[in-house]
Design a protein around this ligand. Structure first.
Ligand SMILES: [Cu+2]
Length: 319
């Protein structure tokens, strides 16, 4: 008995020390020390990067920190497994000491996973609440209207269905819809669909939300903190041309955004308004994706150049 007891105690001590080390590492990581650095070194653990909104950065940190925590636990467990395999490998026909109950170990086995889950839950709940938060007075309100198979973006003068659209951009078979938005401002999205369920998704925002038809008006807010042009997609299988239901988010400084919006309000086309903020010529159109050719002949899925009519319309139509 005493031999078993003294053997179990150092092992338990090693385990507790290991857990303590793991826990402090987890805390260190969750406190945001060098989360981005670690993420970069490991290809962001499958994510597109740190994201382009304040909300995305929080989700990114949570994802990387959780993955690191999981890896720490994983490495510790793998270590124990291999240590046991080697240390207690079969050396002869003699049976090893048969043990049954070890209360401290049993308690540790139960408490440790519960603690890990609790810590993950705590940080997840905080980040989720933060990402879902709606401000009382957003700086911009954009109504996202999805339909088979394109997007319309309405710039609104207030919150809710009763507000008015002051300007809008829309996509067609020939032109990818462009959504110009300012950095550093709280932007509220209000989503509605004309037909089936779609989903608004910009991979760099690290976020997507379903767009429902009928009375459901899904909302969310973001604050962009990086300028650039990013492809947006429909992330809910909505029909034949779902895969081609793309748009482009153009993130610009507030000054340029105001110029764009004023131009649109004055009746300019989306491309003229894009030119007004320095995106002239080809740059006035989407650069991250291109329109899908909807004029293909039937049963010609693998055929290139199967255009029957309308070639060349891409630059003029759909403004
Ligand atoms: Cu869709």
């Amino acid at each position: 008995m005493s031999a078993k007891g003294s053997a179990a105690r150092p092992r338990a001590a090693v385990r507790v020390t290991g857990l303590g080390l793991g826990g402090s590492l987890l805390l260190l990581v969750l406190s945001g020390c060098s989360v981005e650095g670690v993420g970069k070194a490991f290809g962001h653990f499958g994510w597109p990067g740190k994201g382009i909104t304040l909300q995305a950065h929080k989700m990114y940190d949570l994802w990387i920190a959780s993955t690191i925590a999981a890896l720490i636990v994983g490495v510790f467990v793998w270590g124990l497994i291999f240590w046991c395999i080697i240390r207690y490998r079969k050396r002869g026909d003699e049976l090893p000491v048969q043990t049954r109950f070890n209360m401290p170990m049993e308690v540790l086995y139960t408490v440790t996973p519960v603690l890990i889950v609790a810590v993950l839950f705590y940080y997840t709940a905080i980040v989720q609440t933060d990402v879902d938060k709606l401000s009382k007075n957003p700086d911009q309100v954009v109504e996202v209207v999805a339909f088979k198979w394109n997007w319309q973006f309405n710039y609104r003068d207030g919150i809710g269905e009763e507000a008015n659209t002051v300007a809008s951009t829309v996509g067609s078979s020939d032109v990818i819809p462009i959504l110009v938005l300012p950095t550093g401002q709280k932007i509220r999205f209000e989503e509605t669909s004309k037909d089936v369920i779609h989903s608004f998704w910009v991979p760099e925002i690290l976020f997507k939300r379903d767009v429902f038809p009928g009375n459901v008006r899904n909302t969310f807010e973001i604050t962009l903190d990086k300028e650039g042009r990013y492809v947006g997609r429909c992330a809910e299988l909505c029909g034949t041309y779902h895969a081609f239901m793309n748009f482009e988010l153009v993130s610009v400084s507030p000054d340029r955004f105001n110029t764009f919006l004023e131009a649109k309000k004055d009746g300019a086309t989306t491309q003229e308004a894009m030119a007004a903020i320095g995106y002239a010529g080809d740059a006035a159109y989407a650069t991250t994706t291109e329109p899908f050719n909807t004029r293909r002949q039937k049963n010609s899925w693998n055929q290139r150049d199967a255009v029957s009519a309308g070639t060349g319309a891409a630059v003029t139509a759909g403004k």
